[in-house]
Ligand binder design. Sequence first.
Ligand SMILES: [Fe+2]
Ligand SMILES: [Fe+2]
Length: 396
Amino acid sequence: MTITSRLTDLLPLRMRSQVDSTIEAISTLAEIRDPKVMSSLAPAGVRGLLLQRGKQGEPTKIQATHQAHFDWTYPNDQPEMAELYRRAKQGQWDSDTALPWHTDVDPLNPEVPLIPDSFIDFDRLETYGIRLDAPSKMKLRFSIVSWMLSQFLHGEQGALFAAAQVTEAVQFFDGKLYGATQVMDEGRHVEVFSRYLDDKLGRLYQINDNLYVIIDALMSDSRWDMKFLGMQIMVEGLALGAFGTLYRQTSEPLLKALLKNVIQDEARHVHYGVLALREHIKKEISERERQEREDWAFEVAILMRNRFMAYEVYEEWFEGTVSRATWREIVTGLPGMREFRQVMFSRLVPNLREIGLLSPRILPHYEKVGLLKYMHGAAADRLTAEQLVADLDSAA
Ligand SMILES: [Fe+2]
Ligand SMILES: [Fe+2]
């Protein structure tokens, strides 16, 4: 036990929680081993974790500094991206008519639960001294789903802006045309998640600080391929894992239909990310730059794995009952969260391999954190949207 933790143990639980949150913010930054990665994430880290910019209740302005890349010759330069563009045009759907919005959603109805009991495992919560009656259990499930969907919505806003920026900055002309469809897709995703939260659940949680850090870092990074790596591969990979888990587990028909449509769009986005980055990393950047991206991807993967702790739910329900440290232990062990991490990394690791960011120099790090087992899975350019949904259906 450290001196700091001995001292904080003497404080009342609520105050201890505030101290813990500051210490955790600092240790999140200190955990980043690589100095280059540290310098690229630290300013966003301070804004997100210490200043909590995403929670200040006013519009957040982030300076973007990328260069727009014009080409007045309009080359047909990337046949695979052109094919993806064709598929994306055909795959467009109208959010008003494609989803059963007339569905009556009652988030507290035990007959049609948003997530099953097993997502949380209430018996395990009892071992931490958290005993809830049946109505409270339904309410906690409602909170957790609303929190997840709120984070999806905030992530989609980031994806919308990142897709627009990358469309400007990318050097492939076929990529720009494809990118325009993705901007439309992300706009639609913002619309449907926002509408579901507003009309059906009547709730919206603030953005999680760690998600804010990643979005802030990507918006302000001037290198398009870093935005791309962060958004198309890491955040979209995370989103696919989370959407897939919720899609499999929910019994609510409107949410299930909404997630299925979104997952099919996202599969194209990750596919495009793999195509564009594979070309770029192989042909355009130096070995030193490739290594920097390889280190960055590893650090961000670890951040994402360890840091989505639903503190916003904790603050609403359990601050004053259990410590933040105990809450971290609870969330890490939730069966639904374990499945989410598994789905996420089984998609993410093969994509990193495919774009050339899993060279032998980094493998020992992945092995050390137990992620190497996903090394040989299929990357996004080998998986169609239909296969992806069929995979989820067959696992259900
Ligand atoms: Fe999206
Ligand atoms: Fe996306």
